[in-house]
Design a protein around this ligand. Sequence first.
Ligand SMILES: C[S@@+](CC[C@H](N)C(=O)[O-])C[C@H]1O[C@@H](n2cnc3c(N)ncnc32)[C@H](O)[C@@H]1O
Length: 307
Amino acid sequence: MELSKRRPFKEYETFVPEIGAFYDTLRRPLRRCLRVNTLRITPLELTAILRAQGYRVRPTPFADYLLEHDGLENPGSSLEATLGYFLSQALTSALAVMALGPRPDEFVFDLCAAPGCKTTHMAQLMKNRGLIIANDSREKRLRALEYNMKRLGTTNVVTTSYRGQNFPLRWRFDRVLADVPCSSEGTARFSSSPVCSMRRQGQSFLVKIQRDLIVRAFDLLRDQGVLLYSTCTYNPDENEGVVQYLLENRPAEILPIDLSAPHAPGLLQWKDRSYDRQMERCWRIYPHQLNSVGFFLARIGRGSPQK
Ligand SMILES: C[S@@+](CC[C@H](N)C(=O)[O-])C[C@H]1O[C@@H](n2cnc3c(N)ncnc32)[C@H](O)[C@@H]1O
């Protein structure tokens, strides 16, 4: 994808709402929030520390531990970050974890986990209880995850390094997160070189991996378990197309996402492809809707829906 062109997402303009606002947001730098690590500190305590240093910090409407900030440059390298008081991350990543909703004492699988932004958030929501298996096929990236776990005081995680599509079918999990490798279009901005991990010509190769990953993620769910499939891309072939593949091959159903945040519903049609009506329950989050990364979320159930 080449962002030097004025309309890099021309083929998506038929479905992106408020296309002018969308492109305006891409002209601004990517914005991150601070996720307060409540395993180490409260949101009020961290807010007081940062305000004493002259920074403007306020809670987002989505959770008191997700903070917006002004003026904090490179927060990830601050003393407070090193002490594990917070993680600087995209707000949309936090919504993915909140949509999955892991609870203390559950058995949770994170299929593509490194560098652990969502794993450590899940551990926080689980109060370090229960067990998370955090898997990533790239061993080197697991080192970053393990560093983040240490820094943030995460103690209910074990790591594994399988190709997710080959992860042994030995256990069944209450919740599974499939935050799959994708073309990362949602992170691209005009101001920086595009952060697309894979270019368009590689996307059919990606779709094959994503289909295999979502099927294995589903097969690892216990009855009435919940799967969250997410990407940071707009491409319907990597989003609705992959979820459609799952619906056609497994007894899966799309569950509503019980959160309140601006988003657009999943697509029912893209070029010559038609998608199941349930796809409307998926969330497409565009950068201008939350001033964050573009994201896709599908909450998927096996058996009768579960909260
Ligand atoms: C979108 S990133 C995950 C981000 C992570 N969930 C987080 O919140 O920090 C996708 C990850 O998938 C991993 N990956 C790529 N192919 C994989 C595969 N076949 N099986 C498992 N992991 C894979 C990559 O190494 C990368 O770390």
